[in-house]
Each structure stands twice: as C-alpha cells, then as structure tokens.
Ligand binder design. Structure first.
Ligand code: PGA
Length: 253
C-alpha cells in the first residue's frame, strides 16, 4: 500500500513565532481530530526546521521537508543548503523542482536530476514536483510534457532509489490562482504518470509510488481530489498556512 501524504508548503511565509504557533495548533488539532493514517509533512522555511522539529517530536505522523537543497555535496556555495545538512538534523524529505524554483531560479530537468541524486545519497527522500503551464496545457501534448519531466529527472534512478521518491503533480496554472484542477483532470495526469513509471519500472513499483496533487487545494476541493484512485494526497500551499483549513484537508485524506 502506498503512503497517503498531505504536505504543507509554507514557501517564504511566517516569522518564527507564527511558524511555531501554526505547528502547535496543527499538532493539537491532528491529535484530536485526524482519524486516518495520513502522513503529514510540513515544509517550513529552512531556517525554522530545527525549531519546528521539537514541536512535532511527539506526533509520529508528522515529518519535515526542506523546500529545496543544493545539487552539490558541500563547498563554496554561499547561501546554499546541502542534503547532508538536512540529513544531519534529521529532515526526511525535500521538495525538489517546485515550479517556482524552475521559474524563478532557472532549475532545469538536468539540474533537478542532480539534486535528486544528492538528496537520495544522503537518505533524504525527494518530493519531486512536476507540472505544465497553462500555455502548455492549451497548445501542446501536456501529458507528454510532464512525463518528460519525470524521464529527464528520475528515470536514471534504480528501482530501489525510485521507491524513496514521492511525486507531486502541480499544474502551474493551478498554483496560487484559486483554479484547482478538477478531480478528472488531476486523475487523468496521475494515471498517465503512474503508467509512465510502470513502463520503465514495472507496475508493481509504480503502484508503490505516492503521487500527490498540488495547486489551490482547499478543504472544499480536497475530498473529491483525494477520492480519485491515483491521487495519494496533496501538496498544499496557501491553505497550509491556516491550521483549521489544513487540518480539514488532512481529514479529507
Ligand atoms: P497553492 O500552492 O496551494 O497555494 O496553490 C501549492 C504549491 O505551490 O505547492
């Protein structure tokens, strides 16, 4: 059975007090209200990781992800954070290839393949983000475009390595726009990506990989999205900054 995951990507939001308050509220609400087995992954700004870690210590279904890491192991790369550093503080996951990183920091499929390698070599599981722009959806083979993102950044991995990867399909046109993909649109892509993984790694391996949907997920849209057979949870931006809303999304999983 693949893992059901709800991840909250805080992006560049919250000062320390707010980050701590949000975490405490989430842990308390989840303890009282969440009856399912969803894994909850918080992706705070890296500067808060060690602090937030203390607040989730006694919440076994919570884990942490960094929002990014370097493709390099160590050295003179001012301002960068390495996968080894994440490993050294006990961070289990890292977002790789978020569309904002691809767009504003020119991260290419080839660079992301390096980041995936570095993360895996230090035992940090990549949450690999992929997705097409509105223009691509309207004009091109949008499924082929997203499949190619997987091919170029993941298909060099061994079967064992791939099993440590989580995939997040996030259509760029749905991120932060309030335009959620319909459950049908998301399911179509998730099924296509799973079939793509199966074509390379076999159906059994493909079946084990969690594929999350992201893009304007709210407590209102989550139940229908999460009910689709190939949607294994969500990567949530804006709605993860509010404890009540995010808890309701977790409950929908
Ligand atoms: P959003 O962001 O939920 O605010 O659309 C999702 C994401 O970028 O991961």
């Amino acid at each position: 059975m693949r893992k059901k995951i709800v991840a909250g990507n805080w992006k560049m939001n919250k000062v320390l007090d707010e980050a701590v308050a949000l975490t405490s509220e989430l842990v308390n609400m989840a303890k009282d209200e969440v009856r399912n087995d969803a894994k909850i992954i918080l992706c705070p700004p890296a500067i808060y990781l060690t602090t937030i870690q203390k607040y989730i210590e006694d919440a076994p279904n919570f884990a942490l992800a960094a929002q990014n890491c370097s493709d390099k192991v160590s050295g003179a790369f001012t301002g960068e954070i390495s996968a080894q550093m994440l490993q050294s503080i006990g961070v289990q996951y890292v977002l790789i290839g978020h569309s904002e990183r691809r767009q504003y920091f020119n991260e290419t499929n080839a660079l992301l393949a390096e980041k995936v390698n570095t993360a895996l070599s230090f035992g940090v599981s990549p949450i690999f983000c992929c997705g097409e722009s509105l223009e691509q959806r309207q004009n091109e083979d949008y499924i082929g475009f997203v499949k190619n993102q997987l091919t170029e950044s993941l298909f060099h991995l061994s079967e064992e390595q791939l099993k440590s990867v989580v995939i997040a399909y996030e259509p760029i046109w749905a991120i932060g726009t309030g335009l959620t993909a319909s459950a049908e649109q998301a399911q179509e892509m998730h099924a296509a990506l799973r079939a793509h993984l199966a074509s390379k790694y076999g159906a059994e391996v493909a079946d084990e990989i969690s594929i999350l949907y992201g893009g304007s997920v709210t407590a209102a849209s989550a139940p229908e999205l999460f009910a689709a057979p190939d949607i294994d949870g969500g990567l949530v931006g804006g709605a993860s900054l509010k404890s009540r809303e995010f808890t309701n999304i977790i409950k929908a999983r």
